[in-house]
Design a protein around this ligand. Structure first.
Ligand SMILES: [Zn+2]
Length: 364
């Protein structure tokens, strides 16, 4: 876009389930910060938006393991992540969070609007249910024997031993991790985003129009998803942590975390606008605004296909103008990873940095 009136720049919302590492910074935060500083030096009108992504199953699992509430987990890591960014000098205009009531309100209204427009497919299906705990089981709450390699503690979505992607019904002798009992199958209803329809109506054409102005890795990954054909994706889950589905008779259901998290950019912009006497709609709903998402490459599908599909289906929003995604940073030849504890942790790096600056000996 030539000569936009204002810029909305977002950095991927860090997942509030662990501290930040150097790979995160190099991918989605440092490049965005440099870009925003450049725009601001030029005197442009810019909102630089970020915040913590605080819903989803990994957080509920961690809370259970540590014997605390999901809110305790996200409170701890939200503070830690927020402080790390501040100390590094990454200058967001706002660092918000998705457990905030303003976000719940915004995500609910977004879902309702799409539902009223008939954009969802409603489907009933059978899912594993723990009778003792009286709740449906997320894939990660089910373990059993891997049908490929025989590993006895494979999760419902993946075997960690052989790496095979699984669905819970493929597990041999499935067990609930809540009660230890074999789960039963029970019917439940979910709402699906019809990505297959959007692909044919406009999404494919829109991606093609960015062949020359998006990074080759981003465009290439989008094309490969499109070539294998998008399928409808459920936007709701049976879970007790998240944004409740705002419809009658949907107790125990929440918006799936990938549906509510990108809406976090919108609620963060609202919170920032309120504090600064701005109108958030100028940034999200005006054709003379330019929206740019900085992300890591594992987020390409969400920011280039799924979130644009949501924005367009809702109808009031602009689409991203560019989605610069970076490749992963390697440490001694291997990809940085939170789950494998292979990383340079930012809060530790900052602590060492402070010791050096203040002339104390090396803390180790
Ligand atoms: Zn396996």
């Amino acid at each position: 876009m030539k000569n936009p009136k204002r810029y909305l720049v977002t950095s991927a919302l860090p997942y509030a389930n662990g501290p930040l590492h150097l790979g995160h910074i190099a991918g989605a935060y440092l490049p965005a910060d440099i870009y925003v500083r450049y725009l601001k030096l030029k005197g442009e009108d810019v909102a630089f938006i970020c915040g913590s992504d605080e819903h989803g199953v990994p957080i509920t699992l961690r809370a259970r393991k540590e014997g605390v509430s999901p809110q305790d987990i996200v409170d701890k890591y939200h503070e830690m992540i927020k402080n790390s960014f501040a100390e590094l000098g990454i200058a967001f205009d706002i660092y918000h969070r998705t457990s905030d009531p303003l976000h719940h309100e915004t995500a609910s209204a977004f879902f309702k609007e799409m539902n009223e427009k008939g954009e969802f497919i409603e489907k009933e299906e059978e899912q594993f249910f723990d009778e003792q705990e009286q709740q449906f089981l997320a894939d990660r709450y089910i373990i059993g024997t891997c049908p490929k390699c025989g590993f006895e503690n494979a999760y419902g979505d993946q075997c960690e031993k052989c790496g095979t992607s699984l669905s819970p019904k493929e597990l041999i002798n499935p067990k609930s991790t809540l009660s230890g009992n074999p789960p039963i199958l029970k019917t439940t209803k979910h709402w699906y985003l019809d990505l297959e329809k959007y692909q044919h109506e406009w999404l494919e054409k829109w991606i093609d129009s960015h062949k020359s102005d998006w990074k080759a890795n981003v465009y290439g990954q989008c094309k490969s998803w499109l070539n294998s054909g998008l399928q409808p994706r459920a936007v709701t889950r049976d879970l007790d942590w998240g944004v409740p589905v705002p419809l009658p008779n949907s107790e125990g259901k929440v918006l799936y975390v990938w549906f509510d998290a990108p809406i976090g950019y919108i609620s963060a912009t609202k919170a920032w606008a309120k504090e600064n006497g701005k109108n958030w709609k100028d940034y999200w709903q005006s054709d003379d605004s330019r929206l740019i998402h900085f992300i890591g490459k594992d987020n390409i599908v969400f920011h280039c296909l799924i979130f644009p599909a949501m924005l367009k289906a809702h109808g009031d929003y602009i689409l991203p103008d560019n989605v610069p995604a970076n490749e992963f940073l390697n440490l001694e030849g291997e990809k940085l990873s939170t789950s494998r504890n292979w990383a340079v942790w930012i809060h530790e790096y900052l602590k060492r940095q402070r010791f050096y600056m203040e002339g104390f000996p090396d803390p180790q």
